[in-house]
Design a protein around this ligand. Structure first.
Ligand code: CA
Ligand code: CA
Length: 466
């Protein structure tokens, strides 16, 4: 359905009103005399309140919800939807109503208040209706329109506000976090994620939310705001839901897209490399880097700059989230990267209490400051040169045919100091050496004999993982 934009519609209406005003003042006498003769057989409409914005008016075959007081000409109240505390819900213009109302409700906007006066033959005619409406009664309806849609309506998207940068638009199967304010068409508030102080999180296009929302959240950008107007057949239908959404209600959602991702998303890396960028990070390397972390909407999460020192980790050692491990691989010192990390590679559905919301996409601006090359995968100590054949006796400094913890530790540290061996960077050397020692001391008696040493000789320098 194509619609005249609300501003244009308002201008048109104002012009029409002006035209009729000037007509009525110029030809007022003639109009009055004509009115008095016509008043008997025509519906009379008097609008006494019109809302500021009126994007759409009641057309034949629309379905509307309205409140009314029905009175006789002498003011006797014969019926009221207000006393029943529920709107009157009906199709208009196709014979569901008495003829006078079928005519009198046309052209109304939501929020408009009218007095509709109809002659007997457009009401209940010669027979009247029950005990309340006598024969040949003219009827006066004081009406306020609350809701309006057509069964042919699709959702409409209004008041769009797009971010400057939109690298990707949402598709079916994305997981989205968004805020919303929900109201009825007459402005009655029914729900808000803001009042709960947390985003609404859901997969989209999969039937987890009402059909109209599933449609309205497709093709959006992160950071976008839009108003999604959903007719009842794509929302909660004729039944409505809860106490706040009546049957056949059109729903208006003002949404703000905080972020979305797809479960198949990987880390998105945008890189700025320095001119000289040769030595690249790999698993096992000890790296020092700065970062600024935010959510997709710019919400601050944390920064190394606030502490004035780098964040230091061994790549592949599980010291940071998987997405960060991946995002830091292949970097050279001086390189800057922007990493967009989906939640399944960061803090997951649970997030970090008080810091990172559940299912949040994270944005890291990182800069690699220092890189110390790691040992081959699985090694905590390696020899830089050939191992001496007299390793045991060199270690056994006091020659008591066993190597104690101090002898072992002193010896390893001496080798490192002289450049003959290397410990894995980024870990506490003492802990590595303790582990190595423990590994050699097969019977766990706190000393290493030559036999234990030989048994372990092949692995001695190798898989002493922490
Ligand atoms: Ca000894
Ligand atoms: Ca032992």
């Amino acid at each position: 359905m194509k619609r005249v934009s609300s501003s244009r519609r308002t201008v048109l209406q104002l012009r029409l009103q002006k035209a009729s005003l000037s007509l009525s003042s110029r030809y007022s006498r003639r109009l009055i005399s004509r009115n008095s003769t016509l008043s008997e057989d025509k519906v009379q409409i008097k609008t006494y309140h019109k809302p500021e914005s009126c994007g759409r008016t009641v057309q034949v075959s629309d379905y509307i919800r309205y409140h009314y007081n029905g009175t006789l000409l002498d003011g006797t109240l014969f019926d009221s939807s207000h006393t029943r505390m529920r709107t009157y819900d009906t199709y208009v213009g196709i014979g569901w109503l008495i003829a006078g109302m079928d005519q009198g409700l046309l052209g109304m906007c939501v929020g408009e208040k009218r007095i509709i006066t109809l002659p007997p033959f457009l009401g209940y005619g010669e027979n009247g209706d029950g005990s309340d409406i006598p024969a040949q009664a003219s009827l006066v309806f004081d009406v306020v329109l609350l809701d309006l849609h057509n069964p042919k309506d699709e959702i409409t998207v209004e008041a769009q506000s797009l971010p400057d940068h939109c690298p990707r638009k949402s598709v079916v199967g994305d997981f989205m976090r968004y805020h919303y304010n929900g109201s009825l068409l007459d402005g009655t508030f029914f729900d808000s994620s803001y009042s709960r102080n947390r985003t609404y999180d859901t997969y989209i296009g999969k039937g987890y939310v009402i059909a109209g929302m599933d449609q309205g959240l497709l093709g959006v950008c992160v950071g976008e705001r839009r108003r999604i107007v959903i007719p009842p057949h794509l929302a909660y239908g004729e039944e409505g839901t809860g106490t706040k959404i009546p049957g056949s209600a059109v729903l208006v959602f003002d949404v703000h897209i905080i972020d979305f991702h797809n479960p198949s998303d990987t880390v998105e890396i945008t890189s700025v490399k320095p001119e000289n960028c040769s030595n690249n990070t790999k698993r096992g390397d000890f790296v020092k880097y700065h970062y600024n972390a935010t959510l997709m909407d710019g919400t601050y999460i944390g920064s190394t700059h606030t502490f004035g020192k780098t964040y230091d980790v061994v790549l592949g050692a599980g010291q940071v989230v998987i997405g960060m491990e991946q995002g830091l691989i292949g970097m050279c010192v001086g390189e800057k990267r922007k990493l967009v990390i989906p939640p399944h590679l960061a803090y997951g559905e649970r997030g970090v209490d008080g810091e990172v919301p559940g299912s949040a996409v994270l944005v890291f601006d990182v800069e690699l400051v220092d890189l110390e090359e790691g040992l081959p995968e699985g090694y905590m100590f390696v020899w830089n040169s050939d191992v001496t054949p007299n390793l045991f006796s060199e270690m056994d400094k006091n020659k008591d045919a066993q190597v104690d913890a101090t002898e072992f530790s002193d010896y390893i540290l001496q080798q490192v100091k002289e450049g003959k061996g290397r410990l894995a960077p980024g870990f506490d050397p003492q802990r590595i050496i303790e582990n190595m020692y423990d590994n050699q001391d097969r019977n766990k008696d706190g000393r290493i004999t030559e036999d234990e040493f030989k048994l372990k000789a092949d692995e001695a320098a190798a898989h002493d993982e922490l």
